[in-house]
Ligand binder design. Structure first.
Ligand code: 26Q
Length: 745
């Protein structure tokens, strides 16, 4: 990057009479040009991250920071009378649903930062994750037309387009490259579908993590479309260099499959090698095994991709044939291994007349990883138990991480400066330096408190502008921001708030310090109960916020359209991070890490990475409550009956059906009530143990509230979290992938 060239050009830029969008496009284009100046290709091995989602967030500030010119840009623009913050009106690209997509973005950032050649492959959706409006307390979805501001960070590579063939149509895949800046410049290559109207539909919109059958065919097309484009390109590039020799393919290419969504890439690789390059089937499958590795991100059965065989045969007959052939190979191998009938069934890629993408991935890939210690253990003991018995060496843990560049340096420059002033700025280059803070915590507790107050003030100002809710500066901030799902238990937080509110009203809770609960969450559009929970929280917020007897003590905010940019503000301005999933169900969580790094204590269950957070920052510096995995298993085995808990929490639970809150006549609150009391669809009553954990949750929240009274001691707890958060940098995670899975460092 030629910084001087950039700043000179920026100084020369005529900014008069230009709209914010014009300026945004011009400055971005300039930075892009300067940023690309130093990029170079690698001669050796590269890794490729195939993902249906990249939740990159706003590129402008992050890219300027990575290029090392954000401060100069701020100053130069200020001289021209422009506040750099005006570009916040440019919305961020939300090409992902949640954790899995954001992780992909953090990984790309870390790899570039570390100088590791890792490139992303995905889909350039015309519409990203829907924008969320709240009308009368209900979620309403609006299209996210993110390209309407232009897309100055992408470069269309017309000459590198490819044709992807389905039985009933051909589609052109046109690559758009987004550079990822750091020690080296890597590329996120997103494919756009072009051709007939039908063809264009393939990259029209992102699936909003739904578990419905609707539109499944289009999703299958999406998955094949981008996997085939990526694999086609890698294979062709290799063939150009080495002729028809593929025994060395894995010496140059490592392909990471981000969950089951891109797993068809394996079949496409085998199809290509056998059909176009005359490689024998067994060899092609062997080379695939050397090349591919698979990450599992969820144990929820409805999120594991399973394709009906008629579906696949109809639009991808050659892929169908390859899958069947891999299935035969599996059967032979399982016979040799003397697997029982049950064991064979458990590992088969083909059953119930369909294909399990998870079983295909586990069979072929050289490595399978979970995303937190507990999650990997669950994969070994439950989901992939049989495969673990026969192929134990395939399994690894890679606890997730987050990039400290976006999630600390960019979103919390005040805390970053305090760290600089305390231990020097070495941590900016090597995050492990954060741990030096451990020796100085007492000394900086007061200064930390000031930083937190400042970040809370900024958050409150933003919330007041966006949501029209005013929060006084002294409020403790408890936040639960993540996708809305029953297993994440936002409903449990809602009930806990109601009980605290009732306790304040009837005087049973005394000495309560003013607190605000901040929620941010999108629900999949067709997930009825999740949408009902959003309405319920909004009804509670309306009623509590307008109660003058208590609203000096308790407030509830449901922020609209929670996204990466909102998250940057919330993680910095939060005191207490709520991570309360049913034990065993949250694979890792990554929001928990962002909050920790910004000095929030975790109020959470022993689930996902919470366990590792509590281990590293000290259980005494966090608030762990609720049933652990063993206990949940036992409850399930013994037949859990929530009736006695419904009685115990009657006031809160019955507010769903006794008219305290209105669901606008939809009956959706009654559905929620039924899901707790009698079960719903294929769920047992209180399937996620909301009522079982509610009492201990409320106690934990009240304990935090009381501990907060000792300001110094509480700041020390928060700082202990900051000081021990380096492990959760995605730099550490990516180094582990690069060394243990891709073997490129
Ligand atoms: C499946 C079928 C049809 C349509 C959509 C989907 C689908 C889409 C997205 C299924 C799952 C997802 C996303 C899963 C996800 O985000 N998992 C999260 O991954 C994070 C990163 O590893 C973890 O931290 C979270 O715990 C995990 O929930």
């Amino acid at each position: 990057m030629n910084k001087l060239l950039f700043t000179d050009k920026l100084k020369e830029l005529d900014t008069s009479n230009k709209t914010t969008i014009q300026l945004y496009n011009e400055i971005s284009a300039l930075a892009l040009k300067c940023g690309l100046a130093g990029s170079k290709a690698v001669a050796g091995k590269s890794a490729y991250y195939l993902s249906m989602e990249f939740l990159i967030g706003r590129g402008f500030y992050n890219n300027l920071m990575e290029l090392g010119v954000i401060e100069e840009t701020r100053k130069i623009l200020a001289l021209k009378g422009i506040d750099i913050n005006v570009f916040e009106e440019i919305e961020d690209a939300a090409l992902g649903n949640g954790g899995l997509g954001r992780l992909a973005a953090c990984f790309l950032d870390s790899a570039a930062g570390l100088g590791i050649p890792l490139h992303g492959y995905g889909i350039r959706y015309k519409y990203g994750l829907f924008k969320q409006a709240i009308e009368n307390g209900f979620q309403v979805e609006l299209p996210d037309d993110w390209q309407r501001f232009g897309d100055p960070w992408s470069i269309r590579k017309e000459s590198e387009k490819r044709v992807i063939k389905f039985a009933d149509m051909s589609v052109t895949a046109v690559p758009y490259d987004m550079p990822v800046f750091g020690k080296r410049v890597n590329v996120l290559r997103l494919w756009q579908a072009e051709g007939s109207e039908e063809a264009q539909k393939i990259s029209e919109y992102l699936y909003p993590a739904d578990d419905t059958e609707e539109g499944k065919l289009l999703r299958l097309r999406q998955e094949y479309f981008f996997s085939a484009a990526a694999i086609g390109e890698l294979v062709e590039r290799h063939a150009k260099k080495f002729g028809k020799r593929f025994d060395n393919f894995a010496e140059y290419n490592a392909v990471q499959l981000n969950d089951t969504h891109p797993v068809l890439a394996i079949a496409e690789f085998v199809r290509l090698l056998t059909a176009d390059y005359k490689v024998g089937f067994a060899d092609a499958l062997k080379f695939a095994g050397q090349t591919f590795s698979y990450t599992n991100h969820t144990v929820m059965p409805e999120a594991l991709e399973f394709w009906g065989s008629a579906f696949v045969r109809k639009i991808l007959p050659d892929i169908y044939a390859v899958l069947m052939r891999i299935f035969l190979t599996q059967k032979e191998e399982f016979n040799k291994l003397n697997c029982t009938f049950e064991e064979t069934a458990a590992m088969s890629l083909y059953y119930s007349d369909g294909f399990s993408m998870a079983n295909l991935a586990v069979f072929v890939c050289h490595t399978v990883n979970g995303v937190a210690k507990l999650h990997t253990d669950i994969l070994k003991q439950n989901l992939f138990k049989t495969a673990y018995k026969f192929y134990p060496d395939k399994f690894q843990n890679k606890t997730n991480g987050i990039t400290q560049r976006r999630w600390l340096m960019l979103c919390n420059s005040e805390l970053s400066e305090l760290i600089d002033n305390t231990v020097g700025s070495g941590w900016r280059g090597d995050i492990s330096g954060l741990s030096k803070l451990n020796g100085q915590i007492d000394e900086i507790a007061k200064a930390f408190k000031c930083v937190k107050s400042e970040k809370k003030k900024q958050l409150f100002e933003y919330i007041s502008r966006q949501e029209g809710i005013v929060i006084p500066h002294n409020f403790i901030v408890y936040s639960q921001v993540k996708r809305l799902h029953e297993y994440k238990r936002q409903l449990m937080t809602a009930f806990a708030i109601l009980e605290i509110y009732n306790g304040l009203k009837d005087g049973s809770i005394k000495n309560f310090r003013p607190s605000v609960f901040v929620f941010g969450a999108k629900s999949a559009p067709s997930y009825k109960r999740a949408k009902a929970i959003i309405k319920f929280i909004n009804e509670i917020a309306k009623s509590i916020n307008s109660d003058e007897q208590t609203n000096g003590l308790l407030k509830v905010v449901f922020v609209r359209n929670y996204n990466v940019s909102y998250a940057e503000k919330i993680v910095a301005g939060t005191d207490v991070s709520l991570q309360v999933s049913t034990a065993g169900l949250e694979a890792s969580g990554t929001g928990n890490m962002k909050f920790m790094m910004n000095g929030a204590v975790t109020c959470g269950t022993m689930d996902g990475a919470n366990i590792e957070i509590a281990e590293l920052a000290g259980r005494e510096n966090n608030y762990i409550f609720g049933a652990e995995v063993d206990e949940i298993e036992r409850l399930k085995a013994d037949g859990y009956d929530p009736q006695e808990y419904i009685k115990m929490h009657r006031n809160a639970v019955e507010s769903l059906i006794n008219g305290t809150f209105s669901d606008g006549g939809t009956g959706c609150f009654k559905d929620l009530y039924d899901s707790l009391a009698v079960g719903a669809s294929w769920h047992k009553p209180d399937n996620y143990f909301v009522l079982y954990d509610l009492s201990s949750y409320k106690e934990a929240l009240l304990k935090i509230n009381s501990d907060y009274g000792d300001e110094k001691a509480f700041a020390v707890k928060q700082l202990k979290n900051v000081a021990n958060s380096a492990y959760f940098s995605s730099d550490r995670t990516i180094n582990e992938y690069a060394a243990d899975i891709w073997k490129i460092i």
